[in-house]
Design a protein around this ligand. Sequence first.
Ligand SMILES: [Zn+2]
Ligand SMILES: [Zn+2]
Ligand SMILES: [Zn+2]
Length: 397
Amino acid sequence: MYAFEIKEIPGRGRAMVSTKSLNTDDIIFEEEPFVSCQFSWNAAYGYAACDHCMRPLETITENIRRLANQPGLEVPLTEYDPTAQWLKQFTSCSKCRVRYCSEECRIEALKRYHRIACLGSYRNDNSHPINKLNEIWKKMHYPPETGTIQLLVRLLAMYQESNNKKEFLENLQSFQSLVINKEQRIYHKMLGENFERQMEQLYVAFCEAFQGEEFSMVDFTTPEAFKALMGLMGTNSQGIATSVLAEWVKKVTELPLPETDKNKLDEYIDDIYHKVGEFAGEFLNNEGSGLYLLQSKINHSCLPNAQVTFPYSNDIVVLKALQPIQVGEEICISYLDEGQLERSRHSRQKILKENYIFVCECFKCQREANDPDETSEEEYDDDEMDMDAAEDNGMNN
Ligand SMILES: [Zn+2]
Ligand SMILES: [Zn+2]
Ligand SMILES: [Zn+2]
């Protein structure tokens, strides 16, 4: 039994509302993604993650050595390696060799999409239409990544494999769809300045990838449907990051060590972060994104009462209460990260409008409504388009 219902709230649109009183840290729900996928560059650069659930596939030593580009680096406390318990279960597709954390993931992937999406011996052949499509995407979307065309490839393979296409399409339609005329902003954000030409180029490659006799993709291979899928990905996808380094650091820093050992460990960890930072920069995690049927129904607030977490080092979302929530109260998360949440109302609303196409009218924004329209100091330079979204009121609809 869930502790919430999804319903329409006048003026707010679709919302998740609590049906049970919740305490701080209570788990509201756990959810596997409808579909998830590692980002294209992240995979190309060798960030090792399960092809199905994104669990890290490296030991702590392998991970630190790769991120620091220092093959001889020694790592202490490897008895707390979070990967150790999974090592023996690692497996791969016998045809294309993509890797999985477990037999469960391999079978689940095969059942849902991989039989269709498997490239077999063409996996490293850049003339394969799906690889061509991915390469075109990569040239348009350099890191830091916020999406991948591979998510759509996986989605179409799932559709093809689905034995209940009606239900599949209903699920797909339950994601927030874009209102015509407001979609341009999202495409610009995903594809940059020349997004119209790039969209065309991607569309042609997409159709080539799905034109074979084994596909019955009439529903998806019109230009409108392709654009709708891209928009759906742009507005609904939730970022996923997994890291054996972060997991290991969390584990070892919680150890009850004597003061001197603790200090030594802290110094060592600082040194590790310095080394990996020098080579890998900000790119420390396996990164990807997913579409979640429940999570995507939660509205944003700049004062959220719930939080999306990934406690299992894979793509399973766990929604946790950040504070007590009363029966009938709307459950909200923040679409902004912590740093962004600290910024001025004007800055927050600008990011939300550009990325999620709505004007936030949460309690905090209303309270700050009379603050001057100033961007926060750390505001980065933005290539904003001159598009009028001022009439966009309400959320998520
Ligand atoms: Zn897995
Ligand atoms: Zn395969
Ligand atoms: Zn707000």
